[in-house]
Design a protein around this ligand. Structure first.
Ligand code: HEM
Length: 395
């Protein structure tokens, strides 16, 4: 039987936001693909099916001219496919290799993390999202572009405006206009730094992109548009992986004491967090032409949400998928950074920031635990993390 938008999922947006995993499991026990009428889109929950779609950029594309991401930021690496996508991404890829990130960002990330922790540790308790996790990625990304820390409040303001615009499904004109204003302000900032590194080239990421001598180098407008996705792709995602890892460890005391005893396990804890509680739960694609996958037929123009969080809980790939375990031998198969042509550009920086954060926090906050005075509410269907994370430790 072929499903053609047959509502095969009795599921609400509220239930997905609260806890999507039961719905994912139900879907995996059926065909792994389901049309959700309330969302007006397909959900894909099987690892194999998600992988097939993300690798197929002929039939499934990231951005159409009327998509919210295109409307907000225009044409850049996450709204293009094929040769144009590769042209954009290749200019940035070298600077994000593991070796280059280690060389350019290890010390800077350490310094940003210590600066933030110095202001927290003495109090013995803090709400970690506001005090640390939301700030570390902003400071890191400013360091990566060699932009002074004084710009942090502006970056935060712009970022919040962009986040609203990217979920502006009601297409409110005020939300859209505000985001466009912030994009223009961001471009003014980047153009200022483009002029700086053009006049005095250095070894920064921006200088490499701007001083590229190849025939099809990016013009300044293209640099600005791609810089926006590089800049803002690494903010709430890193915030979430730090919070999700702290939450995972604090709710799994055996894992926490293993990591406290042996900090070499921190990278494994980060990878298992990306699998168990994926910060980015979905990768959205638009269907270019009618396409059948198993028993389902997607129609041209349909929206297909590849649920990375569901694929990461697919029992056909991960044993006991709901368990948080540090001994998985195949944890690196997780799709927390997606895969295929749009695989996360910043994965090595994200790992560096997350490992540094967890190491410093465990070092400087002994006996860390969830605060007994606050409950922790983990929410989100496309991005998932605690809204706030109140922690306590021994001083
Ligand atoms: C734990 C943190 C992070 C997570 C979980 C994450 C996740 C993802 C995912 C799932 C995608 C693919 C989206 C899709 O296919 O629709 C992606 C793409 C991307 N990410 Fe990340 N990301 C993280 C950190 C970062 C950082 C730190 C940066 C940059 C500094 C970054 C920059 C990007 C860019 C530029 C893309 C688009 C790549 C392309 O279109 O080819 N991300 N990320």
């Amino acid at each position: 039987m072929t499903h053609d938008r047959t509502p095969c999922l009795e599921i609400t947006a509220e239930a997905l936001d609260r806890d999507p995993y039961p719905a994912f499991r139900a879907l995996q026990e059926e065909s792994s693909v389901g049309w959700v009428p309330e969302l007006g889109m397909w959900l894909v929950a099987g690892y194999r099916e998600v992988e097939a779609i993300l690798r197929n950029s002929d039939d499934f594309v990231t951005g159409t001219p009327d998509s919210l991401i295109f409307d907000t930021f225009g044409e850049h690496m996450l709204t293009t496919e094929g040769a144009q996508h590769e042209r954009f991404k290749s200019r940035f890829r070298g600077a994000f290799s593991p070796a280059r990130i280690r060389a350019s960002m290890e010390q800077k990330t350490e310094a940003c993390s210590r600066l933030l922790l110095d202001g927290i540790v003495g109090s013995g308790k803090a709400e970690f999202r506001k005090a640390y996790a939301s700030r570390l990625p902003v400071l890191s990304i400013l360091s990566l572009f060699d932009i002074p820390f004084e710009e942090e409040p502006k970056l935060r303001l712009w970022y919040d405006g962009f986040e609203q615009a990217l979920s502006n499904f009601a297409r409110r004109e005020d939300v859209r206009a505000r985001a466009h204003g912030y994009v223009s302000e961001f471009h003014v900032l980047i153009r200022h730094h483009i002029a700086r590194v053009r006049a005095a080239p250095d070894d920064s990421l921006l200088s490499q992109v701007v001083n590229d001598r190849s025939d099809d180098r990016l013009d300044d407008a293209e640099v600005c548009r791609n810089a926006s996705i590089v800049f803002f792709g690494g903010i709430s995602t890193v915030e979430a992986v730090v919070l999700n890892c702290l939450y995972a460890l604090c709710t799994h005391p055996d894992a926490l004491s293993s990591v406290q005893r042996n900090t070499d396990l921190i990278p494994q804890a980060i990878e298992e967090t990306l699998r168990w509680l994926s910060p980015v739960q979905s990768a959205t694609r638009h269907v270019v032409r009618d396409f059948s996958l198993g028993e389902s037929t997607f129609r041209e123009g349909d929206i297909v949400n590849c649920m990375l969080g569901a694929a990461n809980h697919d029992p056909r790939v991960f044993d006991e998928p709901t368990a948080y375990r540090l001994d998985r031998t195949n944890v690196r198969k997780h799709l927390g950074f997606a895969l295929g042509p749009h695989f996360c550009l910043g994965s090595n920086l994200a790992r560096l920031e997350a490992i540094t954060a967890i190491r410093h926090i465990l070092e400087r906050c002994p006996d860390i635990r969830l605060s007994a005075d606050h409950s922790t509410d983990v929410r989100g269907f496309e991005f998932r993390q605690p809204a706030a994370l109140h922690l306590e430790w021994r001083v």
